[in-house]
Design a protein around this ligand. Sequence first.
Ligand code: C5P
Length: 414
Amino acid sequence: MNLRPTDKKMSSSLQGKKIVLGVSGGIAAYKAVELLRLMVREKAEVFVVMSANAGKFITPLTFESLSGNPVYHEVFGEQSSASMPHIRAAENADLLAVAPATAGAIGKMACGLADDALSNLYLAFRGPILMAPAMNDGMYANPAVQENISRMKQRGVEFIDPEEGELACGTVGQGRLAEPARILQAVQTRIGRDEDLKGLRILVTAGPTREPLDPVRYITNPSSGKMGYAVAGQARLRGAKVMLISGPTHLESPNGVKTIRCQQAGEMLALVNEHFPDCDVLVMVAAVGDFAADKVQKEKIKKKGESLDLKLMPTPDILMEVAKTKNRQMVVGFAAESQNVVQSAQEKLTRKNLDLIVANDISAPGIGFQSDSNQVTLIDKAGKIDSLPRLSKREIADILLDRIKDKSEFISEN
Ligand code: C5P
């Protein structure tokens, strides 16, 4: 196999990119000014589109002066979508980023309602979309808002989670617009690092495993698969050829990713063994069960009002088995720890012959299993330890992929 060096420089510039910045009517609209400035500094051409209410917080003139482009802010009146060339240009841009996205704007977009400049443009736009919500914490937690967000996510819209902190209404909670620098980073990931993993063949495992006891019962764990699906999805967006081997989850296969589903650790081992020789990197995110029934009962085990003895046997350690056969491949593991996080993960890294391990503290509340965010530490075999702040699983996936990319010798031309 021919190996080629990768461009180690992370392309941070947005030169040549056209971005639509959608601003809806919330107090955080003033932060859109800072975001616009950052995008312009990265040399993007930015077209601002405002919702009907955004103008109550900030004037089109501010955005017009900073972007150097006309601002689309009214559907009726002087601006009409048929005649204005800048609206056509916006519709054909590389990305639409809505920041801040209020509950109202999200609700309209989720339902396909178009009654102002922003909601009209959203429906007409065909490229990738990022939304950065900002609102009161109660509104953000409301099931109606959450349902709208998941509906949009299912349609491929990316969300940059709001941060926790003091809100404009005086309460403290999750609802603050993500910092403009974080939103910029998400924009760069989506369109600024065009295909930076092209040529990389990456095999990802995700989700729990399920070991049957009888026809209706099984042993499993609460892994949602979100972390592994985020790694697979982001790797694909960045141009890698991705195969995902997934235990049982409710998640849809990420766009462009070949997903093979399985149930038991033994099945996952067979699939990983089959596909490992054809990959450059294995990222083993799956929460593989450690024990399986010695004997699976053919009939449902009867409840007799007395205790039941089960004999459990260890499952194969997929990562350890596969890492023994690696030659040029890079092997990455995940470690969920409840104590001595770094030390235990380091020990696993050595014992399982890994190149990199991602450790997280499962005793910390509100992160890890099931959650959309996590707080992890990356440890490589050279002993480099990187403790990351709490981030969305998508952001963690991108940082991990950056680290994988840095090992340029693993990138192949196929
Ligand atoms: O030893 P521990 O389960 O904490 O190791 C976690 C890492 O090992 C994860 O990357 C997980 O996918 C992998 N693993 C495995 N097979 C097992 C158990 C864990 O591949 N039976």
